[in-house]
Ligand binder design. Structure first.
Ligand code: GLN
Length: 321
């Protein structure tokens, strides 16, 4: 069906979604990373960026929270830019695990592949693929410059979070060395894990994440800066990965009920991509049992349902003024 939606309908749906879900309780802050355990659980923001660059923001949309696993998306994109989507498929994979983000079992089940760059194993592997090889500072520069280009503004390292994660990332150390054993780490192991830990500790806002989502939805052209960040053929590849594993073991339920591919992080962020139309992001610290923000899920679902949207509806949507 052909459908036309106005920008004011979108703005109103976002405002309503924010108001209707802001008092939702439930979930717990990530407890295994001390810094995250202590963040104010009532923070909440909802941001939408359309592919023409229009932005709508409600609530705490300028608060810098830990990007955590949402950072797996930009670094997967960077690995695709540098090594092609086929190269990432060969060296990491593109399979959903159906298991928790930090699963060691998933590595064993997938015949020693890290599965996908959107779980911890594949993300550490993706950090190891980032060029230039062997140079931690230049690799870090490539990672942060790519995030800056996708968001149109720079993220900021939260030192306390980085220290907190580095001091407690024992499971990720085990994953890294297991992958090394299977020849799936393509640079120094400790350096690759450190880059992953550092990228997870970047502070980002929901308004920045909505722009990143819109850049992906817009074939790699950042609609705010008008800069082409990556080749259009990467968009369907990264969106496929987001759709298949973005909520880990709850990904099927999420896509079934919300209709939008989205990626979560244990900092409470969720970034959704509606191809051709918009990016959406929400942030609220309390998480469900899979590490996905409870309130951010509710807000994005409300928004999608209010507008009757979903990637599999078959509708041809046009957004007008
Ligand atoms: N840094 C976190 C970890 O490695 C990220 C996990 C997440 O956001 N799901 O455990």
């Amino acid at each position: 069906m052909e459908k036309t939606i106005t920008k004011s309908q979108i703005k109103q749906a976002a405002q309503e979604a924010y108001e209707a879900t802001k008092d939702i309780k439930g979930g717990l802050n990530a407890h295994y990373i001390p810094y995250l355990a202590n963040i104010n659980p009532d923070l909440f923001g909802l941001s939408v960026t359309l592919t023409d660059g229009t932005c709508f923001n409600f609530g705490d949309t300028e608060y810098k929270f830990g990007i955590e696993s949402v950072s797996k998306v930009p670094t997967a994109i960077l690995a695709m830019i540098q090594h092609t989507p086929a190269g990432v498929l060969k060296q990491i994979g593109a399979d959903a695990t159906g298991l928790p983000f930090n699963s060691i079992f998933a590595i064993l089940l997938e015949n020693d592949h890290p599965s996908t760059p959107l779980v911890n194993a594949g993300a550490i592997s993706a950090c190891s693929m980032v060029a230039p090889q062997g140079d931690s500072e230049d690799k870090w520069k490539a990672i942060t410059e790519n995030i800056t280009a996708l968001c149109g503004s720079a993220p900021e390292l939260i030192d306390e979070l980085y220290e907190s994660e580095t001091a407690t990332n024992f499971n990720n150390r085990a994953i890294s060395w297991l992958l090394k054993n299977y020849n799936r780490i393509y640079d120094d192991v400790d350096m690759s894990l450190d880059l992953y830990t550092r990228q997870c500790s970047l502070g980002i806002t929901s308004s920045q994440l909505a722009v990143m989502g819109a850049t992906i939805a817009n074939g790699g052209l950042n609609p705010v800066t008008q800069k082409q960040v990556f080749d259009p053929d990467i968009s369907p590849k990264i969106t496929t990965m987001i759709a298949s594993v973005g909520f880990y073991q709850h990904t099927g339920d999420w896509l079934y009920t919300s209709g939008i591919p989205a990626k979560t992080g244990v900092g409470g962020g969720v970034m959704g991509v509606m191809p051709g139309l918009f990016g959406i992001a929400s942030f609220a610290p309390p998480l469900d049992d899979a590490g996905n923000s409870v309130k951010a899920q509710a807000a994005i679902k409300y928004f999608m349902q209010k507008l009757g949207l979903g990637i599999f509806t078959g509708d041809k949507i046009t957004i007008v003024d």
